[in-house]
Design a binder for this molecule. Sequence first.
Ligand SMILES: Nc1ncnc2c1ncn2[C@@H]1O[C@H](COP(=O)(O)OP(=O)(O)O)[C@@H](O)[C@H]1O
Ligand SMILES: [Mg+2]
Length: 333
Amino acid sequence: MVSGVSSPKKIDCEQDAAIVVEGLERIYPGGLRAVDGVDLAVASGEIYGFLGPNGAGKSTTVRILTTLLRPTGGRASVAGYDVVEQASQVRRSIGVALQEAALDPLMTGRELLQLQGALHGLRRAESKLRAEELLVRVDLVPASDRLLNTYSGGMRRRLDLAMALVHRPSVLFLDEPTTGLDPVSRTSLWTELRSLNDEGTTIFLTTQYLEEAEQLADRVGIIDHGKIVAEGTPQELGRLVGEPGLYVKLIDQTQSDRARELLTVHGAVSDRAAGGLTIRTGLGARAIAPIVRTLDEAQIEVDAVEVEEPTLDDVFLAVTGHRAEEAAEDDPA
Ligand SMILES: Nc1ncnc2c1ncn2[C@@H]1O[C@H](COP(=O)(O)OP(=O)(O)O)[C@@H](O)[C@H]1O
Ligand SMILES: [Mg+2]
C-alpha cells in the first residue's frame, strides 16, 4: 500500500456489504499466484472499479466471486453468501457478463434473452415479457430479430448486459465491459450502468481504463500481479500522480528541437511518440500561458496546448514504480 491512499472503506454493518473479500488467493497449477492475498469490501449500492493491466488477476478474481472458480486460499462472500459454501445462493443473487462470453451466433437477441429467462426458471410468458423489457432497456429493440452474428461489438456487450439482468440481480459483475468498444458505444454503456446503479444495483467492474474507472466508480482498487497496490476514490488515485503534464503541439514539427530547448526553463520536457512534446512543470494548467509566451517570443507557432489527464499508466507508475505494459513481463516471484 502506498501512503496517501485511503484504506478500504470500513463497512460498519455487515448487511451493508455486498462483497467482502479477505486474503483471497488463487494459485494456478504450475505455481502462478494470479490472485495473491486480495482484501476488499464493496458496500451495497456502490460501483467498484477493479483496475489493472492485462494479466493482473482481474478475471480470476471475478471468476472466484461469481463461483466459477474456487479460491486456493482466503474467503469471499457476495450478497451475504460464501462463494464456496453457498455458491447456488450467490448465483441467484448476481448477474455476470464475462470477458469471453460466447454467444450462439445463429440465435437472435430476443431468442437468447428468452432462453436466459427460461434458464433462470421464468415461465414462458414471464420470460417473454422480461426479454421485451430488457431489449428496450439496452436499446436493442430494432435488432432483436437479427442473428447475433450481425451484431456489432457494442450491440453484443449490450446484449451481454441484458442477459446478466434477466433475474434482477442485486450485484452485477462485469469483466472489461467496454474493452474494444468505440467511444460512442462505451459512453452509452456507461449511461446504462449508471442508471442501473441508481436503481440500487451494486456493480463490480474490471477495466484497463482509468477513464472508465473515473467516470463510473465510487471507489477503485488497482491490481497488479494479483495484489491490490492502491485503493481509493478516483480523485484520490489521480492525486497520486501529482500535477498533470501539458501536451504541446507545434504547427511546424521541425521546430520541435528548438522548442524543447526553450521549454526546459519551465520544467521537464519529453517527446511524445505521436509528435509534439510533454512538459511537466508542477503547475498544471497554470503553466499554459508562460509556455505559450516563451514559444511565441521565439516565433514558434503553437497548434495546441492541452492538459494531459493522468492515464492508468501514470497512476500505475506512481504506485508501483513501473509502467503498466511492463507489468505482465515482470517476474511475479
Ligand atoms: N487457467 C489458467 N491457468 C494458468 N494460468 C492462468 C489461467 N488463467 C489465467 N492465468 C494467468 O493468471 C494471471 C492472471 O490472469 P487474469 O486473471 O486473466 O488477469 P486479467 O484478467 O487481469 O488480465 C495471468 O498471468 C494469466 O496468464
Ligand atoms: Mg481479464
